[in-house]
Design a protein around this ligand. Structure first.
Ligand code: AMP
Ligand code: MG
Length: 401
């Protein structure tokens, strides 16, 4: 067995960063920029009011209360067609251009309009500039908005579009094919024949990929047949940036994925000192990373989490410190027992945040076939080799959601 960190290093070494691409902002969420974005416009583009109220000359209201003549109304989206003269005010709506002559805004709550709508009494004095948002107060022309390596959040997409930028240079989403293997696998709701099970891993992995920001490609299910698996992998690497297979990488007589990857690719087969997900086949076929994940449903998810997700994040240009889940310290709320076996265990736990700390307890059956506990888990609790952790002991958590 090899330590987890060594297996992860081997995988990461085989995952190269994808070539940059230009994408529309509608497709860019979660992608990583490769360019420096510079503002070519002012944001906001003009001086405008932050409040509904009246645009005034601050000198006119210095001795408030004072009554001013209403010169007109300025709405958002329309250039003002009035000038505010001495003794005048303009009714103004949030976001509207400050009309010439005015140098302050009084919010509507501090005013009272006459019954005939021709005059307004301002209750308090306001300083020059009151409630005025200046042009360029958010972004100035020539200002760097963000650099390469920025992970685009909804807020970033808003910033880009506020500048009239609808395309951005990024590392693209990795297109990742998923293929399950196993003679026992069937798809669909029909009654199972004895010995059959339904293929769940393929659907889980496709969804994990989407969640990781990749572009998942369903390559279907293969029988435990060398030629079929080889053909499937060859087709997959033609159209994808990476492949995930499930099953066929252990010690069984019909575990052909390992064998095929050995023949058609440059493969490392690893027995990693972890539980679940001990076996992992990782290789390059025509330069494309292929992750041979184990078939047990929990193992396949944990293996995705520990190996595939970090490799794919590297390919998509994420900063090195964010390839793996950031460990968080919590406390054991209910004993997490295990036996010594030379491996690090990743227990599926529910996590509750109470009194300022994360409290972890088992999410259910810890067998590698018990997917329902994985589905219920908020985190993987890292249990070092030994007898496990007692109530109250600190525990490292990899938060999954
Ligand atoms: P293997 O890694 O092929 O030896 O499979 C290990 C276990 O996982 C066996 O019990 C398989 O039946 C099960 N298994 C393999 N592939 C899948 C799959 N796609 N969906 C659900 N279970 C699977
Ligand atoms: Mg199998």
């Amino acid at each position: 067995m090899i330590p987890l960190s060594e297996a992860q290093e081997r995988v990461l070494a085989g995952c190269d960063v994808l070539d940059e691409a230009v994408v529309g902002v509608g497709q860019a969420r979660g992608l990583v920029t490769t360019e420096t974005v510079v503002a070519a416009e002012l944001v906001p583009p003009f001086d405008n009011t932050a409040m509904d109220g009246f645009a005034v000359r601050s000198s006119d209201v210095a001795d408030a209360p004072v009554t001013l003549a209403i010169a007109g109304t300025v709405a958002a989206g329309v250039p003002p067609d009035i000038t505010v003269g001495a003794g005048q005010a303009a009714r103004i709506m949030t976001g509207a251009v400050i009309p010439p002559g005015a140098d302050a805004v009084v919010m509507v709550e501090l005013t009272e309009t006459s019954a005939d709508g021709t005059e307004v009494t301002v209750a308090q004095s306001v300083p020059a500039g009151n409630h005025i948002r200046r042009a360029g107060e958010d972004l100035k022309v020539g200002q760097t908005v963000f650099g390469p390596g920025e992970v685009l959040t909804p807020g970033h997409l808003g910033v880009l579009t506020s500048l009239g930028l609808y395309q951005v240079k990024v590392r693209p989403r990795a297109r990742v094919g998923v293929m399950s293997t196993g003679d026992e696998l069937v798809e669909g709701p029909q009654p199972l024949e004895r010995g059959q099970i339904r293929d769940s891993n393929r659907h889980t992995l496709l969804a994990l990929l989407a969640e990781a920001g990749c572009d998942p490609v369903d390559l279907g299910s293969m029988a435990d047949n060398e030629d079929e698996i080889a053909a499937g992998i060859r087709t997959g690497v033609e159209k994808c940036d990476a492949l995930l297979t499930s099953g066929g990488v252990s010690m069984g007589d019909f575990d052909y994925v390992k064998k095929v990857l050995d023949e058609i690719g440059d493969m490392t087969w690893m027995q990693v000192a972890i539980k679940p997900a001990k076996p992992l086949a990782f290789g390059l076929v025509q330069g494309i990373p292929v992750f041979g994940l184990p078939g047990n449903p929990v193992s396949s998810m944990v293996s995705f989490e520990l190996f595939a997700r970090p490799g794919l994040r590297k390919m998509m240009g994420h900063p090195p410190g964010t390839w793996h889940r950031q460990p968080v310290m919590g406390r054991v709320a209910e004993g997490l027992r295990r036996r010594p076996d030379g491996k690090t265990h990743f227990a599926r736990v529910r996590v509750e945040y109470a009194d300022g700390e994360f409290l972890a307890q088992s999410a259910g059956g810890q067998g590698s076939h018990q997917l329902s506990a994985m589905a219920a888990a908020d985190a993987l609790a890292v249990l070092p080799d030994g007898d496990g952790l007692d109530v109250g002991e600190p525990v490292t958590l990899l938060i999954l959601r």
